[in-house]
Design a protein around this ligand. Structure first.
Ligand SMILES: NC(=O)c1ccc[n+]([C@@H]2O[C@H](COP(=O)([O-])OP(=O)(O)OC[C@H]3O[C@@H](n4cnc5c(N)ncnc54)[C@H](OP(=O)(O)O)[C@@H]3O)[C@@H](O)[C@H]2O)c1
Length: 162
């Protein structure tokens, strides 16, 4: 499984239930990596998306404890066991964990590759993920040049499990 996230310089990823910034080039990067793939998200991340429905041209899994939950374009799973059972049918390289913090923090160690858009700013987040630089099991394998868009400088960094 892979993970894809945009984080600020304190590893913040969200505020008030939404994203910290809107960066078109990062949106494009996310779309390029996940289109045609399987994406896995928590219920709160799904509900932060336009129309509260799954992303187009992707197989969307949503994790919630609510057994009656339904959402357009989504396959709903109610437990980790159910999620792993479902995901076992796919090539792990085709699966992307797309948030939010609850799922990133719980499951990132199950990911072989972490695609992190590192935003070089403190964007006043209220939702944080762990600092991947402090996890000795992961190393940076690529890092783009910095790009500035909408006043935010960011780099695309890829980590792999050692
Ligand atoms: N920067 C980024 O790249 C990025 C990406 C995605 C999201 N975000 C941000 O992250 C924030 C949301 O993150 P979050 O941590 O609050 O929520 P989240 O991870 O999206 O969703 C949490 C929900 O997932 C369900 N869940 C979690 N573990 C479960 C388990 N083991 N079994 C069953 N259900 C489980 C629960 O849903 P129920 O309460 O329904 O049971 C839980 O409330 C937002 O601000 C969003 O914009 C940022």
């Amino acid at each position: 499984m892979n993970l894809i996230v945009a984080a600020d310089n304190k590893w913040g990823i969200g505020r008030d239930g939404g994203l910290l910034a809107s960066i078109p080039t990062d949106m494009k990067y996310f779309k390029e990596h996940t289109t045609g793939k399987v994406v896995v998200m928590g219920r709160k991340t799904l509900e932060s998306m336009p129309g509260k429905r799954g992303l187009p041209n992707r197989t969307n899994y949503v994790l919630t404890t609510n057994p009656d939950y339904e959402a357009e374009r989504c396959i709903v799973v109610n437990s980790e066991d159910e999620l792993w059972e479902e995901l076992s049918q796919y090539d792990p390289d085709e699966v992307f964990l797309i948030g939010g913090a609850a799922l990133y923090n719980k499951f990132y160690r199950m990911c072989d590759r972490l695609y992190v858009t590192k935003m070089d700013a403190d964007l006043n987040a209220d939702t944080f993920i762990v600092n991947f630089d402090e996890d000795p099991d992961y190393k940076v394998v690529s890092e783009s040049d910095p790009v500035t868009e909408n006043g935010i400088t960011f780099r695309f960094v890829v980590y792999e499990r050692r």
